[in-house]
Design a binder for this molecule. Structure first.
Ligand code: XUL
Length: 526
């Protein structure tokens, strides 16, 4: 057995573990615990505490701590060689926050293995629940902070993103405004990621440059807390934030709690965690600028890596620190497969195979037909009032409408990722629609870039395990190279490569110009 590294991912609905054998280049163990099923005593629904206010989405840090105990107990039961683990890292759902009292330092340093983590954490929280990324109750705070920072463009260029309801800064501001006493009692604020790292390290962990960028509080270029943003958010915040650190940096030995209780290697080190999106960038192997992954899921997500920090002056996309030390973007298009599904239903297309056949039966560029597919309010571009618009497109032509929706979605991605100033050199595609050859051909042609399919289960936990390996190697002076490290774990599906068709790519170069005009006309109408 080679060197083992453990990656954990504390997501909205579950806690997952991936153990890699670095020398063999293999994943040797995977497990996921679903919070609702494994820990019903916390009464969460899909990982969220029920609340009558649809804007409020909270969970509880005690649930995440209980899940950590249960996952280690499960790994022990499953005979995972915990005694051979060299380093542990992790990732967390982004933006969620945990509020520690002064008691936390002592409690974390003296975790008693005879008690559960939940028992050990008695009295360490200044706030019982944690707002998570699904919360959208901070519109007022977003405007207040944005205004103080000089508007969308400046907020984005300083912190990497415009203010968003789910981002931690606006959430902290709301806590300060609505519960000033509890805010006052807060000694240290953690993200989900740094909270979990704190349990493993037995001390308050730093916030990393990846997840820290999802707070509207970190200077995205200098990677230090931005004092204007801190001041715009809440008083006394400087003292309540831990230091920032590179993702995966070794922060100390793993707490004796895990050594004594579960048999973790006493020499194992704990590293700084990161956000689930930055970790997924590693788990998908996106370690070089110009590498892009597109997830065609419920929403479509565009991840890209870049060396030089560019921010989106329209405030639609996000820039986070990548665990490689470069930058990553996250652009989320809400009308993803839900919109594709609606068109399929509208034209009574039996299944996705048939949908693909219809797309293939129409020419690239669709004879100039365009469909703007905002069945739901859209994030990118910002469309508050849903609506679908057909330009030079016959509403009765099923095949043309099937092609039109996907072309429009891909043209929108091309257009709204241009601010990165990095042309994609290789695109990896995941998600349901990635199995569809004709759709991937459209994608390759619109982006004029080779497309590969990738199937990685638990990409965030895998990325976290790779981050643990990198952190440990850096600490021990081994000068690891990211591309070598990730290569064996992130191979695209063999034979899945699709090359762009040069003629079709030229058609889309022209079509994107028409798309821009249609989009801005439609935005004026809605
Ligand atoms: C990213 C975001 C989500 C969460 C999901 O900004 O809010 O992707 O990280 O866990």
């Amino acid at each position: 057995m080679g060197k083992l590294f453990l990656g954990l991912d504390s997501s909205t609905q579950s806690l997952s573990a991936v153990v890699i054998d670095l020398d063999a280049g293999k994943v040797v163990y995977e497990k996921s615990l679903n919070f609702d099923q494994a820990l019903p005593q916390f009464k969460t629904q899909n990982g969220v505490l029920p609340n009558r206010n649809p804007l409020l989405k909270h969970s509880t840090p005690l649930l995440w701590a209980a899940a950590l105990d249960l996952l280690f107990a499960t790994m022990k039961k499953d005979k995972v060689a915990l005694g051979k683990i060299i380093a542990i890292s992790g990732s967390g759902q982004q933006h969620g926050s945990v509020y520690f009292t002064e008691k936390a330092t002592e409690a974390l340093a003296t975790l008693n293995p005879k008690k559960s983590l939940v028992e050990n954490l008695d009295g360490v929280f200044a706030r019982k629940t944690s707002p998570i990324w699904m919360d959208s109750s901070t519109t007022a705070e977003c405007s207040e902070i944005r205004k103080k920072l000089g508007g969308i463009k400046f907020t984005a260029s300083r912190t990497g993103s415009d203010t968003f309801e789910r981002f931690t800064g606006p959430q902290i501001r709301k806590f300060y405004k609505t519960e000033p006493k509890a805010y006052e009692k807060t000694f240290s604020i953690a993200l989900v990621s740094s909270f979990m790292a704190s349990l493993l390290a037995g001390k308050i962990a730093p916030i990393d440059f990846g997840d820290g960028a999802g707070m509207n509080l970190m200077d995205i270029r200098k990677k230090v807390w931005n004092h204007d943003a801190l001041k715009a958010t809440a008083p006394g915040l400087t003292k309540k934030l831990p230091p920032l650190a590179p993702s995966g940096k070794v922060i100390g030995p793993v707490s004796p709690y895990f050594v004594q209780k579960y048999g973790v290697n006493p020499e194992a080190v704990a590293t700084a965690w990161t956000g689930d999106n930055p970790a997924s960038v590693l788990g998908l192997g996106l370690v070089k600028p110009g590498q892009v992954a597109i997830s065609l899921g419920t929403s479509d997500t565009f991840f890209g890596t870049m060396q030089k920090c560019q921010t989106d002056e329209n405030g639609e996309g996000h820039v986070f620190g990548s665990p490689t030390g470069d930058y990553m973007t996250l652009i989320c298009f809400k009308n993803g497969s839900l919109a594709r599904e609606k068109v399929r239903e509208l034209y009574k297309v039996a299944d996705w195979k048939k949908f693909a056949e219809l797309v293939a039966s129409t020419p690239p560029g669709n004879n100039g037909a365009i469909l703007l597919p905002w069945f739901e309010p859209e994030i990118v571009p910002r469309i508050n009032k849903p609506g679908i618009h057909r330009i030079d497109l016959d509403p009765k032509d099923a095949a043309a409408n099937c092609r039109a929706i996907f072309e429009a979605q891909m043209l929108s991605m091309r257009l709204h990722s241009q601010w990165m100033l990095v042309a994609p050199e290789k695109i990896l595609v995941t998600g349901g629609a990635a199995n569809n050859q004709s759709l991937l051909q459209v994608l390759a042609d619109v982006m004029n870039c080779p497309v590969h399919r990738i199937e990685v289960s638990k990409s965030a936990a895998l990325g976290a395990a790779l981050q643990a390996a990198h952190g440990w190697m850096t600490e021990t002076g081994k000068n690891p190279k990211w591309d070598k490290l990730v290569a064996p774990f992130t191979k695209p599906v063999p034979g899945s490569e699709i090359q762009p068709d040069k003629k079709a790519a030229k058609i889309y170069d022209q079509m994107v110009e028409k798309y821009v005009v249609c989009e801005s006309d439609a935005m004026d109408v809605v």
